[in-house]
Design a protein around this ligand. Structure first.
Ligand SMILES: [Zn+2]
Length: 219
C-alpha cells in the first residue's frame, strides 16, 4: 500500500530530483519545497520551478534570505571562492545550520499540508564533511520535530548510504536517468546538465556518472 503524502525537499539538483522520482513511486501525493536563500545562481531556483511544473508537482518556494544574512558563504556570495576544506576543516560551501533550518521548515509545511513524510536527498557517503548530512543528525532531528509538534513525521533519506554512481543507478531504476542527466543543475557555476566540468560539484557528479556508465556496460 502506498503511503499518502510526502513533502520533498527539492533544489533542482541531481540528488533531490532523484528523490522526487523516488517519492512519486511511493506516495499517492507529493509536494516539493525549494528554499531560496540567495543562491549565487538564480538558475537553481528556476531549474527547480521548471522541473516541478513539468512533473505536475505542487511546488513551494520559500524565502530563506535570512540564512544568507547570517552566514555569507561560497554558495551565496560571488566574492567567496568554492574550495574543498583543508584537512580537518569544513569546505567553503558549508552553510551552518542549513539542513537544520530547511528540514524544520519542511516539517512545518508538512504539518500544514497534512503530509507525514519528509523526503531529503542528504547523503552520508559523499557528505563532503557536512555534519548536517549525517544519518545521526537526521534521526535526531526527526525525534525533535515529532516532539516539537507532537506528531509522527518520518524523514526519508533514500540516498543516505549511496555513492554518486549508485544514485545514478537509482535514477535509472526509476526510469529517470535521462531526465536527471539533462534537466538538473548541480554545478556551482550555475550550468545545467553536465555543468562546467571544473567545480567540485561537477567533478563529483561526473565521476559518479562515469563509474555508473562503466558498470552498466560491464553487466
Ligand atoms: Zn561546475
Amino acid at each position: 500500500m502506498r503511503e499518502k503524502k510526502a513533502i520533498v525537499v527539492f533544489s533542482g539538483g541531481q540528488d533531490s530530483t532523484t528523490c522526487l522520482f523516488w517519492a512519486k513511486e511511493r506516495f499517492e501525493e507529493i509536494e516539493a519545497v525549494t528554499f531560496d536563500y540567495g543562491q549565487r545562481h538564480r538558475s537553481e531556483i528556476e531549474c527547480a520551478i521548471e522541473i516541478a511544473k513539468e512533473l505536475g508537482i505542487r511546488h513551494h518556494v520559500l524565502d530563506m534570505s535570512l540564512l544568507n544574512q547570517l552566514t555569507p558563504n561560497a554558495l551565496t556570495r560571488e566574492e567567496i571562492k568554492v574550495e574543498d576544506g583543508q584537512e580537518g576543516e569544513l569546505p567553503s560551501t558549508f552553510v551552518p545550520g542549513r539542513n537544520l533550518l530547511f528540514l524544520s521548515f519542511a516539517g512545518i509545511l508538512a504539518s500544514q499540508v497534512g503530509a507525514k513524510h519528509i523526503v531529503t536527498g542528504v547523503c552520508e557517503t559523499d557528505f563532503s564533511g557536512y555534519p548536517d548530512c549525517r544519518d545521526i543528525f537526521i534521526k535526531s532531528l526527526n525525534v525533535t520535530l515529532n516532539l516539537s509538534m507532537d506528531d509522527t513525521f518520518v524523514i526519508d533519506t533514500p540516498l543516505m548510504w549511496l555513492n554518486k554512481a549508485q544514485t545514478w543507478e537509482l535514477a535509472d531504476q526509476l526510469g529517470a536517468f535521462e531526465f536527471v542527466r539533462e534537466r538538473t543543475l548541480t554545478c556551482y557555476n550555475g550550468i545545467i546538465a553536465d555543468g562546467c566540468g571544473e567545480c567540485p560539484a561537477c567533478k563529483l557528479r561526473r565521476n559518479g556518472l562515469d563509474e555508473y556508465l562503466r558498470s552498466r556496460k560491464e553487466s
